[in-house]
Design a protein around this ligand. Structure first.
Ligand code: MG
Length: 404
């Protein structure tokens, strides 16, 4: 029973995996506003030593970890005499994830975030999960382990955080529908040929959210929303039949729960990641932070429309993978990582992201008709590897030229 929802009173210990990324910077911003209420244990970054050192100083962290092992000496040298412990490599990342704290923010991008997230789950931590891939690729395994270990997973993705708040502890068995909203991204009003030939700069120009490159491209292709549907399925144990997407260009309502009694509860906020970050950092209490407030009167109106599966085929591919289950979500994710990387490098066109993902899903199905669900980390790694190899092989078959 929560007795006070006013403010967090005890100093909460926080570790941040992915401290120098986009989510990490929102966490940093919230903690800096509420310094007296938080204590930072571990910070993990991929390869940006300077940013890690700077944020470790700023937040007075105890343990700073760089995932890239070759950068250990550089990090150690830069932290000398500061009292901040330096470490590098996967084992150190895992150590950062399992050191006992009140909340672990899991915000490492991509499949690289799975291992430390799983370690935090096994250690029974409370995890604010921003990493999509962990749930998409290993949802059954992760949620099962969380139940066993008594770990709590709080959704940090804005849509899932809104849905978590709208659910307010109710079972998803009681709901009729769970709707995630999508902004529509930069190509919402473009025709299909324009979308297929979109440049990297155009795909990276998101109208509402300021995020990392991978997720921004995923937003433009709607793959992000597809991955989020899969995420929601595992996170909330909700049937794929009850999950839906609604395009909502203003990104004010992030998720809606339709209850059987006709009530609809919407999770609303300005599109600012500091909102879900503040919610997770204080949960089950509330923080009061300084950021722009939602003003509905000045907004005037908000609008909604159905998603367009023809112009954004990635959404349908993700939905199909969700319904197919088994290894398909993992394969989808691996193929998409290769496709987005190839697009960002100028190797394939935007339209060919969906083509490459679809070809990879088909190729995987031809080789593995049993479609087994991954139950160990090794299973996930192996499916991910096969998917990426198939996608790499498929790259040469999809043209880097524009589609006409
Ligand atoms: Mg999201």
């Amino acid at each position: 029973m929560v007795t006070s929802k006013e403010n967090v009173t005890a100093r909460r210990k926080v570790s941040v995996l992915g401290a120098t990324g986009s989510i990490g910077s929102s966490v940093r911003s919230v903690i800096l506003q509420k310094r007296a209420e938080f204590e930072v244990e571990s910070l993990v970054a991929g390869s940006n030593v300077d940013a890690l050192v700077s944020i470790a100083h700023e937040l007075n962290a105890k343990y700073a970890v760089i995932a890239d092992e070759t950068l250990y000496q550089v990090l150690k040298l830069k932290l000398e005499g500061t009292g901040i412990e330096a470490a590098a490599g996967l084992n150190a990342v895992i150590e950062a994830a399992i050191r006992p704290v009140d909340i672990v923010v899991s915000a490492i991008t991509g499949i690289a975030g799975l291992h430390p997230t799983y370690a935090a789950v096994l250690a029974g931590q409370t995890i604010a999960l921003a990493n999509k891939e962990a749930l998409v690729c290993a949802g059954t395994m992760l949620m099962g382990a969380a139940k066993k270990a008594g770990a709590t997973i709080l959704p940090l993705d804005s849509e899932h955080n809104a849905l978590f708040q709208a659910l307010n502890g109710n079972s998803t068995k009681l709901i009729e529908k769970m709707v995630l909203t999508a902004s529509g991204g930069p190509f919402m009003n473009w025709d299909i040929t324009q979308i297929q030939n979109a440049t990297k700069e155009q795909a990276l120009a998101h109208p509402n959210w300021n995020m990392g490159q991978k997720v921004t491209v995923d937003s433009a292709s709607f793959m992000n929303k597809g991955l989020e549907l899969i995420e929601a399925h595992y996170l909330f144990d909700v049937s794929p039949f009850k999950l839906d997407v609604l395009v909502h260009p203003q990104s004010i309502i992030h998720g809606l729960i339709f209850y059987g009694d006709g009530s609809v509860v919407a999770g609303m906020a300005l599109p600012d990641m500091r909102v879900p970050v503040a919610h997770c950092l204080a949960w089950p209490q509330r923080l009061s932070i300084d950021l722009p407030r939602l003003n509905l009167a000045s907004l005037g109106s908000i609008s909604f429309l159905e998603p367009d599966y023809t112009r954004f085929p990635c959404l349908k591919l993700a939905q199909n993978a969700l319904f197919a289950g088994g290894a398909m979500p993992t394969v989808l994710n691996g193929a998409n990582e290769i496709a987005v990387e190839a697009f960002l490098k100028g190797v394939i066109s935007f339209g060919n992201i969906a083509v490459l993902v679809e070809n990879t899903l088909n190729a995987y199905q031809c080789l593995n008709s049993n479609n087994l669900t991954p139950v160990t980390l090794e299973d996930v790694d192996s499916i991910n590897l096969i998917s990426k190899e198939l996608a790499q092989t498929g790259l040469s078959k999809v043209s880097s030229r524009a589609i006409h």
